[in-house]
Design a protein around this ligand. Sequence first.
Ligand SMILES: *[C@@H]1O[C@H](CO)[C@@H](O)[C@H](O)[C@H]1NC(C)=O
Ligand SMILES: *[C@@H]1O[C@H](CO)[C@@H](O)[C@H](O)[C@H]1NC(C)=O
Ligand SMILES: *[C@@H]1O[C@H](CO)[C@@H](O)[C@H](O)[C@H]1NC(C)=O
Length: 341
Amino acid sequence: MRSQRQATAGRGRWRVGATAWWCWAAVVLGHLLSCARAGLLETNPGLAYNFYAKTCPNLDSIVRTITWQQVAANPALAGRLLRLHFHDCFVNGCDASILLDVAQSEKTAGPNLSVGGYEVIDAIKTQLEQTCPGVVSCADIVALAARDAVSYQFKASLWQVETGRRDGTVSLASNTGALPSPFAGFNGLLTSFSNRGLNLTDLVALSGAHTIGVASCSSVTPRLYQGNATAVDPLLNAAYAKTLMNTCPNPSPAGSTVNLDGGTPVKFDSSYFVNLQKNQGTLASDAALMQNAAAAQMVQDLTNPIKFYAAFSMSMKKMGRVDVLTGTKGQIRKQCRQVGS
Ligand SMILES: *[C@@H]1O[C@H](CO)[C@@H](O)[C@H](O)[C@H]1NC(C)=O
Ligand SMILES: *[C@@H]1O[C@H](CO)[C@@H](O)[C@H](O)[C@H]1NC(C)=O
Ligand SMILES: *[C@@H]1O[C@H](CO)[C@@H](O)[C@H](O)[C@H]1NC(C)=O
């Protein structure tokens, strides 16, 4: 038994050594960049499935129970909680910086309308602080709640969430420029995803999040009324443009919203991709995916819901690793809206 275990450990060490050797050779050859990329994709950043198995064994059921209750009462929360995780990860990494209530914090920045569910995170944190105080990070709660909010309609978890993130201490509205703009063209979208270590596959798969949720009318009206009432974005299906105009008149009342998926706005299905093929993407950044041949091919693939769920799961896991704080970095907040002392 023991010798077997030693042999296994020995093999593990050898593997690490081999990786280090490969990286070193790459450095010598001047391929620094590919080395960094390999690190980004292949090394475990300190996250694990069931990170809290010993320290907070009821975590999963607590998060799921509260999230499912809240989404049952208010289906719009699914899109909001999903967007909360996305915005958190894109701005300063998945570190719950979006939750902080400080002057000029991320949540005061413009692209905040489609985000929400802060009170759900608070309710979960309150319960967790009673069950396992000071253990579970707010960043992990955001990641788990996003998964559970989307999964509610399936009554089963749609993807697995790695945990072990720790909470950051900085939240700046000025950092939200990292978020992709609703007006972005294809290259702009790909650049903001690449800046986060995410590639074309992730861009297309994660855009599928727009199968639920809403956008601000102000993110759509420039496509509908380009300076006058007759010029409509040529990438937009004429009948769908009319529907959008009914929901978002010119000018639209402040705070008005429109469903991102015009067909099945609260169902997490692959209809987003079917819509794109019919020029019925709601945002310019949705339509942009059809302007690149490789992306359009992926859109075609993901009209198959089974492929969409698989691709979405993989890319969510990758997104959940973006610039995470692990180990002794960051902190575990007592209250998600405030930096701990
Ligand atoms: C969202 O951003 C706007 C500024 O663009 C701000 O007025 C509003 O208070 C923000 N919402 C929240 C919940 O902070
Ligand atoms: C994106 O990265 C994943 C691995 O994380 C890989 O499977 C996929 O092929 C990549 N896509 C592209 C277009 O390079
Ligand atoms: C509306 O705008 C388009 C493009 O900007 C222009 O070609 C068209 O002449 C304008 N129509 C009117 C009635 O001003």
